[in-house]
Design a protein around this ligand. Sequence first.
Ligand code: SF4
Ligand code: SF4
Length: 851
Amino acid sequence: MFKIVWDKPHNGVTLTMSSAGEALAIAPRPVFWEELDLLGLNHMGWTYPHADAPLLWACDRRYFYCGVLVMEVKGGNLYDDPEIVLTPEGKNIILTPIDIEALRDANAETMFLIEHEAMEFINSVYRRYKGITKASETNPDIDFQALAARLEKKTGEKQVVVKEDCDSFDIMPESEANAQGKGAVLASKIDMFIASFSGGKDSQVLLDLVSRVVPSTDFSVIYSNTGYELPTSLELYKITEDYYKKIYPELKFLTSENHQSIMYYWDKMGSPSRMHRWCCAVMKTAPLYRLLKEEAGLGKQPSVLVFEGVRAEESERRSQYNRTGKGVKHNNVINARPIFEWNATEIYLYILLHDLPYNDAYRKGLARVGCSICPFSSEWSEHVVMKKYPECIQGFVDELYAKTAEIGIINDATKRQYIKEGKWKLRAGGKTSNTEGSSVHFITTQPDFQAVVKHPKEDILKWLVPVGAISIISRTDTDIVGSLKYEKDTFQFTIKYDSDNFTITFSNVPNDPIFHSLLKRAIYKATYCVHCEVCEVECPTGALSVVPIVTVNKKKCVHCHKCLTFKDRGCVMANSINISESINKNNTKMATSGIDRYSTFGMREKWVNEFFSGYENFFQGGNQLGTKMVPACINWFRECEILDQKDKVITPFGLACAPIYPDNQTLIWELLWVNLAYNSQIVNFYTANVPFNRAFSKPEILAMLKETFPDIAEATLGNPLGALCNMFGIGEETIVGDTLQQGLIKAKGRSVETVMRAPYNDVSYKTVAYSLFRYAESKNRRSLTVSEFFSDSQTEGIYREFGLDRPVFERILRTLQEERNHVLNVQLNLGLDNINLREDISSADIIKMML
Ligand code: SF4
Ligand code: SF4
């Protein structure tokens, strides 16, 4: 929050708002004698006492004494010691501890300001949310927010609940409340206030600040024991509980933990990685919300306000958060972050100046105290943990070592290297998971939906309940016939059991991607569920319980699908194994790389206009692209083949298009669209899969995308879909979207409501010729049939590209037969539908001949 400068005479730091003095770019942390011993400074000529107070400061890995750089530490990892580089000023020095009283004097005013700012924030958040709780408690017969909503509907004017004197509440128009200077109490009724405690320095400060503001009877402290805890964190939790219980005897301390050990999930789900960071959800979030559900005793997830010690400085991702956020981690949770803007030095100053207990691991050299092993931890952190707390990390390292065999590493030195360099943190595949032989294969045969499941972990009938109400029509030892109601329709299904395996078939299901996706998710859950608890806490009604076995209370389930849609594949375990099980009719899988290559920038007409009118210097400053647009533009141009694959120069195809473009933009966009259908994964997906004449919402297309690219996260797939919609034009007409009718967008403001393709019968005969030759080249044959383009299983070619009607296509074929270049001949009479393309020319020749 404040700038930090050295207080050299006192070997301290000073927080300041003044521009005088050189502000430090990195917030220093205090360094204790234990860390210096770990680094071996006691054998390198340094003399220092074993004092309680810190001895010097570190900015990252540079150490400063009285504001002077004395040492730099480089390298170090799980197995290797770091290199110590002493500066001339750092040779043979005698350190005296930091003078805490001088530190207090230098920072009393600034710390008072930030503490009180944070406490005011806590107070205002607490009072606002407590307000609405009180509103319903004061007069439980009146639901003020419901009344406000009703009045708003009636008057058409925004109404708010405000707190009047004497703890009473009133409803008035928002404009009037503003005029009277009255703040609205918020709409969310809070069942519990929580201070989240992790054993780290930030949550220590957070707890102290909350305890100074919120009555101790009104909040609880929850410690999440993830199973990765350092012994010092467990000790600190006990010390902290004793410390605050002495001051606030009624303050409640609770611990949440998963019903299974962390090692159980390492075995089942594979080691966590940056991509599969299941451990936060499984070991921390789910047990926390489960505990809250138990504590609240409401039979469902309570509404909770969590004060947490998250700080913007911790990571780029966290810096994007707001100080309060609703539904960030869970629908029923409001997160409040009082110390969001504090820097690390301010945190340490608060602890030192208030003489609070803190985690002993900071004294050993850890800059952040969290889990003993983590895909996001630094090599230095692993070094410290291995040196000081080997019993906490060795078991996980042994497990990583054992799992290297499963990914084909057999040499001991390579195994060690793999672990030392943290390559395990980059795991994307599922080879290290243990599915115990469970597997599922989806067979996409319209109009039926079928899945073959081997060794399922759970009863499929239970997991179908969240999709829709089910009824059993008949049942034998090997067969079940039932029906499932989804939205307004009821679908019949059969399940055929064969020892421990089953095949489930839904007959005549509509080609509705969301329904298909929900069915798949339910089947994934039945196949792989290891009862990790995560989806249970998503259930808002309390219908779902997964421990010790899955039960879904049919009376309570409202088919909201939250337990199915919270995660790709609807299941943490299924997501973590990350093995693609979708096969299409040709038993081939789509390539999955390179789809997310445009950020969310579509290929804009403006870019193409500028390029064709000045391609010589387009990428040398002759464009109006923003910096982030340039890579997207390059990718689009290469995929539509107007830009060379290596150099940023126009291609022969582009050169042929450029002179035509000013007079016939539609023709050129038709050709570009054909090229994109072959080269761009998102356009290829779109032309191959999205039917004509039906408006699809973005979530529907996203569900289809997910089926084609099951290994890519939905969030990632949202980018190319956004780019495609941008190319079609949101709130503006474009050639490809509107003239060619390939993306007719209905939008509210900038938000896309639906996208629809419509048949485009005005396609040029030149484009048809080009498309036919491209298709023939991809199939490596020159004899084609008209019917193959209109076959249900077709994913390429002129019909998938433009949706033109068959009679229109046949008419164009006849035109091409008569055209002076005679690029093809056709036989369309007497039941024949043959197309024979000229053997001696290519699609590139079509461009030369016809443009
Ligand atoms: S989250 Fe709960 S209510 Fe919603 S579908 Fe799942 S079990 Fe039913
Ligand atoms: S179905 Fe739910 S409880 Fe079971 S493994 Fe998947 S996410 Fe966990």
